[in-house]
Each structure stands twice: as C-alpha cells, then as structure tokens.
Design a protein around this ligand. Sequence first.
Ligand code: SAH
Length: 252
Amino acid sequence: MVHFVGAGPGAPDLITLRGAALLKQADVILYTGSLVNPALLDMAREDCRIYNSAEMTLELVLAVMKEAHVQGREVVRLHTGDPCLYGAIREQMDALDARGIPWDDTPGVSSFCGAAASLGAEYTLPGVSQSVIITRMAGRTPVPETERLEVLAGHGASMVIFLSAGLLEEVQSALLRGGYPPQTPAALVYKATWPEEKIVRCTVGTLAQSGSEIRRTALILVGGFLSGGYLRSKLYDPAFTTAFRTGCEPCS
Ligand code: SAH
C-alpha cells in the first residue's frame, strides 16, 4: 500500500494525526526533500528506508514503490503542504493504478493556510473578497492562456501565488497590468511556520523591490484582505437568524 501524506507547511506538529501515525509505521518513506521539513523524519522507525524524491525521477519513485509493494511493505509518499496542490500526485496515482498497487491519500495543511495563519489573515472578508485564487506564474510548467496572472488579476480577488518568488518583477507587472491598483496590499511569506519564517508586507507596486532577498519556498499574497476595512459577518450578527440561532430584530 502506498499512502500519499500531506506533511503540512513546515512546523512538524502541523502534520495531521493520521499522517503522523502513517509516518510512524512506514517501512519506506519517499519525501519531497526540497520542501518537506526533515524534522518530520524523526517520527520514522529506525529501520525505515528513507528516500529523498527531489533527487529522483518519477520512474525511480515508482520503482521503489513497486519493490516495496512486492515485498508487502507500507510506503509513505510525503508531500509538502497538501498533496493536491502542485504535488504531481496524479501521475503517481495513475501509474500505481496501472500496476495494480493500492494507494490512499491523507490531506495536509497547505502552505497557503500556514501563511494566512502566520499573518493572522482571513482571505474571505465580507465586503472585500469572497474568493481565493490559487495560481502561479508560468515557468517551465506552462499555465493555460485563460489563467495568465494578468487575466486572473482582473477579478481583484484575494490571491495566493505559488512557485513564483523567483519571478517577482514579472509577477508585479502582470498584477498591475491586470488591474490591481499599485497600493493594493501584498505580502511575501517565506517558509511559513518554519523557525526561519520571514514575512515581508508591501504593496503590489513595491513587491519586486521589497522581496528582493526572497527567492524560494515563498508565497506571494495579494489583496485587500491583508489590510484595511471590511464588513461585519452576517453569521454572528445579533439580528441575523440562522438554522441554529434566532436573531433579535430590533436588537437592544
Ligand atoms: N503542496 C504544497 C505546494 C507545493 S508547490 C502546498 O500545499 O503548500 C511548492 C511551492 O509551495 C513553493 O515554491 C512555495 O511557493 C510554496 N510553499 C510550500 N511550502 C511553503 C511554506 N512553508 N511557506 C511558503 N511557501 C511555501
């Protein structure tokens, strides 16, 4: 059995209880060494075989999984954050299906949630934005034409940009071309929830200049949710009736 497991954003105690239990019992661990906090490997059994997938091809990863499967061993494939975002898991799952190797998937705390927690931010503020766009700049992996950053910027929604900290100039000009005013709040969060986490708060207009020290393992957050006003929630408004509570109207 191969268990895909979300490692969380960095802090080792942000893995789920289920993920930790799987790590502790694994015979083989394949972890994304470029991003996963190696402190998580302290949970592994002493006799566990540990592979850093950052140095491997998909073919090699699959060969290790297949060998372990034939030997009846439990494999954990440890991906950073939640495996469902930029995790390249689908190609592994499809290949495992083709080989008749069973797998399951345990979610994790994505870095975009870790970054919001570090900033004390809520992406979905009433009166500001009710949508979060998760995207990236095109790099060696292409982005569909209709999802170009400047097209998505046109929504003015809360935005989280992955895998693009090395392209800040391009990100900044795409956001401006797309219509975010230069004074729109922005933030760079480097290694959210790790001990060496760094937060840079800036605006869309100063993004490239403010983040010149930050290159890898960082998220770019953009939108009015990062500062300024918002409307009070309806859910907790005394006058608002919900399925669980009757509102008072007029309220004293
Ligand atoms: N599945 C992961 C994303 C993997 S893509 C998740 O859910 O978070 C790798 C990119 O994620 C990095 O280039 C960076 O943009 C972002 N990232 C991953 N961990 C991060 C962290 N702790 N802090 C900030 N950004 C992070």
